[in-house]
Ligand binder design. Structure first.
Ligand code: LLP
Length: 487
């Protein structure tokens, strides 16, 4: 085999990955608004350079730009309010806390005029500690415990999103026994599944969430599980039926899927109104708005998505002759995802030589792939392992004029699948001790983090106006050991 020298475009790279003209340039859509390279060539957030962050807090570290979080939250609220003003007087935006939640975030969400979507008793506990008013909080989950339902009622939750008929009966009974009515939305599965650029519409649902809208999904011929639940909810003395909910997927770029789901739910809402005289004043269209993880991702601005969704709600309500329900949405990733990057320190480097992929090369030629190990990995970002998610990375502590080398950023776990960034061009002179930043790690990274191999989960710092504060401290070895009960 002949060893081929580094060329800029590696045949080992996936087709979508191009060699950046300048490896030092930050591709804007991937980064928080306050992130730039400073005059020394270091990445800085709201004026604070990464070397200072490393010195103060160590690595790995989640670095969140607070002003950017607030501005993304506000821009969803403003864009949807504007698009729906004439339809239903505005939109209630519930930040999906599962993407990243701590008390500081709850406070920002509240201050920016949003509400909070939770999915467990633990997330409700964070909401309670942050002191947000219960009527601005929603609770989800396909398997809520009685304790979680009771907690929701204790907190006076604005809505419990009920996932099944059995749960509806349980929520109703618990509320009735307290002499109350639970405020309930019913989660329906409209048969629309969206992923990034495409959506598919199917008649039947094969998933754990929600009540099917397809006919014949109950014991009674022709009756859908959704209709059965609406009738049961309206008749239950312990239930105040507010409306309907759907969530069609995550990391979606095109608005078509949202529009199809909205239309389907509106038609169903009108049918329930006509058949049973049941009025449902609210409709939640879920979250799922995509963000950029690599240079080829092209998310739509909130205003564009809002306009597409408003158009279909407006025309469908007009056609059906119904008053438009109050619309709500539940974005998580699109608010927090790009606010944060993970700061790592580079450790071991190695270069392997790999055969060119079949069909791309005639000769017996191998190409280099550089493995760049960092001091975290799948324990602070499980998304590449779980979903084959792609990320980007840049040298953060300095600039470099070295030639690009196809690199794979990997963690320090005892697993060969422990990949942080599968394919990225990094400068050839990246060395141990360098700082590396991986953008777009605000959503479902800290939230999905683990202690695999007894690694301590990193802290999260919020940077604002040149100063940083921990909003979640990193774990210590003591934290790791204190649940071990001993022999
Ligand atoms: N509403 C409901 C009912 C949801 O189930 C979800 C996400 C959201 C809102 C927020 O979706 P977002 O706007 O953040 O896409 N761990 C996966 C994503 C799981 C999403 C679960 N549900 C990932 O890292 O891609």
């Amino acid at each position: 085999m002949t060893a081929q020298a580094n060329t800029t475009a590696s045949p080992l790279a996936p087709e979508w990955l191009s060699v950046p003209d300048d490896l030092n340039v930050l591709h804007e859509p991937l980064w928080a608004g306050g992130v730039q390279r400073n005059d020394q060539g270091e990445i800085a957030v709201a004026g604070l350079p990464v070397s200072a962050l490393k010195e103060q807090f160590g690595t790995p570290l989640f670095v969140l730009d607070e002003a950017d979080f607030r501005s993304r939250a506000r821009s969803f609220k403003d864009a949807f309010d504007a698009a729906f003003a004439d339809i239903c007087g505005g939109v209630d935006v519930y930040y999906a806390g599962k993407s990243f939640l701590c008390t500081a975030v709850v406070k920002w969400v509240e201050e920016e005029g949003l509400r909070l979507d939770t999915a467990s008793g633990g997330e409700l506990a964070v909401a309670a500690r942050a002191g947000i008013a219960g009527d601005r909080v929603a609770l989800h989950g396909n398997n809520k415990s009685d304790a979680e339902i009771t907690r929701a009622l204790d907190m006076g939750l604005g809505r419990i999103v009920v996932d099944s008929l059995a749960e509806l009966v349980r929520v109703g009974a618990i509320a009735q026994a307290r002499g109350e009515q639970a405020k309930v939305m019913l989660r329906l599965t409209p048969g629309v599944h969206a992923h990034t650029h495409e959506f598919i519409a199917t008649a039947h649902e094969d998933q754990k969430f929600g009540l099917s809208m397809a006919a014949d999904t109950t014991e009674q011929a022709g009756l859908s599980a959704a209709e059965e639940a609406v009738a049961a909810a309206a008749a239950h003395p312990g239930i105040d039926l507010l409306g309907l909910h759907c969530h069609i997927g995550s990391q979606i770029f095109e608005p078509d899927g949202f529009a199809v789901a909205a239309e389907k739910l509106l038609r169903f809402l009108a049918a329930m109104q006509e058949k049973y005289g049941i009025m449902m004043p609210e409709l939640d269209l879920g979250g799922g708005y995509g963000i950029a993880y690599t240079a080829v991702d092209t998310p739509r601005p909130p205003a564009e998505i809002a306009a597409a969704m408003a158009a279909v709600v407006r025309s469908t309500c007009a056609e059906l002759g119904i008053t438009a329900p109050r619309i709500s949405i539940e974005p998580g990733r699109a608010i927090v995802g790009s606010t944060t990057f993970t700061l790592y320190e580079v450790g071991t480097l190695k270069t392997v030589r790999v055969d060119a992929p079949a069909g791309t090369d005639a000769g017996n030629v191998t190409y280099p792939r550089r493995y760049v190990s960092v001091d975290g990995g799948m324990s602070d970002n499980a998304r590449p392992v779980l979903y084959d998610a792609d990320y980007s990375a840049v040298l953060a502590g300095r600039t470099s004029a070295a030639a690009p080398e196809l690199s794979r950023v990997v963690g320090k776990h005892c697993e060969s699948g422990d990949i942080v960034v599968r394919d990225v061009y990094l400068p050839g002179d990246v060395a141990a001790g360098d700082l590396l930043a991986v953008p777009g790690t605000g959503a479902y990274c800290w939230a999905l983090s683990s202690n695999y191999n007894y690694l301590a989960r990193p802290g999260v710092v919020a940077v604002r106006d040149g100063s940083a504060r921990l909003i979640v401290r990193g774990e210590t070895e003591e934290d790791l050991l204190n649940r071990d009960m001993g022999a």
